[in-house]
Design a protein around this ligand. Structure first.
Ligand SMILES: [Fe+2]
Ligand SMILES: [Fe+2]
Length: 383
């Protein structure tokens, strides 16, 4: 990347880096700086067809082979009998037509400019094109997140010290592989449009992948990203009128419900038994930084570059997105899943509560956390 482009990215992404490192906890700062540099300034995730990222974490062999975690063992059994095949259990013969109002991909409100004159003056055809693009953008981010989840599942399977955790983890590896397959299939065969990874999503995936602490991987992937994904999948499934997408999301949600449950079980045990107060605080701060990145920074710049860069500055776009109905919806669903789980695993202590409160996020704390929430609840999008 040229020096000019680096400086330009530094200027544009300065506030994003600040969000990624804002709580001032030195340990958190250290763990986030590398990912923020690679994701926001160097835009590593957009550099080429592959990205190489050196990682370093301990893998744990378990020579005792003790099966002593019954809830995890139950999850493992459930996972084995709930496998599905993305190639044959989804009806790929269904046609997707973004111009058919009976099978609309998403409501117009998913395009952040809806309601503004710049949107209202567009033809129906052009609006459909943008709804199609925004759907592709979101699903592309899910796809990239699923690739991250696939790697994270591999990592935690090697790193978790208990056999029941490893056995369960092996099923999640297969699940995530299938999710990559199914989203990639839908994007390339049906929507025929694929976007690059969003820089902020890259930062989060990079951060948990390169962190040496296995519980931070769980926290980042199973609680934060999967919590976000569950919220987003549930809302999308409710909002879309496209039958194939509805089916795919239903299958994926059922798997993800187990993944979040696995994350809650593992971290809860780890936090309760295994760490010092200082370490617990680091996790608390880390989770808050990631929550902030998620809340503030998924602003669909890749979509903006394509459709609105000629009409407004990026700063104006950010303001439009932040005020939009779509963003309200997005935040609502995202934190509805994450906050109760953070509370359950003991990472929403008095020290950080005011920070969450400042962003209105404590409103979600009384929602149900993972084990009480069945896959059916999630499909019904129940709180
Ligand atoms: Fe997944
Ligand atoms: Fe998952």
């Amino acid at each position: 990347m040229s020096l000019g482009k680096l400086i330009e990215n530094l200027k544009v992404n300065g506030p994003h880096v600040r969000d990624a490192t804002g709580r001032g906890n030195l340990a958190v700062l250290k763990s986030m700086l590398g990912p923020a540099w690679r994701g926001l300034i160097k835009q590593t995730g957009k550099e080429g067809t592959t990205t190489a990222l050196p990682v370093a974490h301990d893998v744990h062999f378990d020579w005792q082979y003790e099966r002593d975690r019954t809830e995890m063992a139950r999850l493992y059994e459930a996972a084995k009998v709930s496998q599905w095949n993305a190639a044959t259990d989804v009806d790929w013969s269904l046609d997707v037509d973004p111009d058919n109002p009976e099978r609309a991909l998403l409501p117009d409100a998913y395009v952040p400019v809806k309601g503004l004159p710049i949107w209202e003056n567009l033809s129906r055809k052009e609006k459909n094109k943008q709804v199609h693009a925004v759907t592709s953008w979101m699903l592309s981010q899910f796809l990239h997140g699923e690739q991250g989840a696939l790697f994270a599942a591999c990592q935690v399977t090697t790193a978790v010290p208990w056999l029941d955790g490893k056995l369960y983890g092996s099923t999640q590896v297969v699940d995530e592989g299938r999710h990559v397959e199914v989203f990639h299939g839908y994007l390339t065969r049906k929507l025929e449009k694929l976007y690059e990874i969003n820089d902020n999503l890259y930062v989060i995936v990079d951060a948990l992948m390169s962190d040496s602490r296995w519980d931070v991987k769980f926290l980042g992937m199973q609680i934060m990203i999967e919590g976000l994904a569950l919220g987003a999948f549930g809302t999308l499934r409710k909002m879309t009128r496209e039958p194939l997408l509805k089916d795919i999301l239903k299958l994926v949600i059922t798997d993800e419900a187990r993944h979040v449950h696995y994350g809650v079980l593992s971290i809860q045990e780890f936090v309760e038994k295994g760490i010092s107060e200082r370490e617990r605080r680091e996790r608390e701060d880390w989770a808050f930084e990631v929550a902030l990145l998620m809340r503030n920074r998924f602003l669909a710049h890749e979509f903006y570059d394509e459709f609105y860069a000629h009409a407004m500055t990026r700063k104006e776009w950010d303001e439009v997105v932040n005020r939009s109905e779509m963003m309200q919806m997005f935040r609502q669903t995202m934190f509805k899943r994450i906050i109760p789980n953070l509370k359950r695993i003991g990472l929403l202590g008095d020290r950080v509560r005011p920070y969450y409160e400042q962003y209105g996020l404590l409103a979600f704390e009384h929602g149900r956390a993972a084990p009480e929430l069945s896959a059916q609840d999630l499909l019904d999008d129940a709180a």
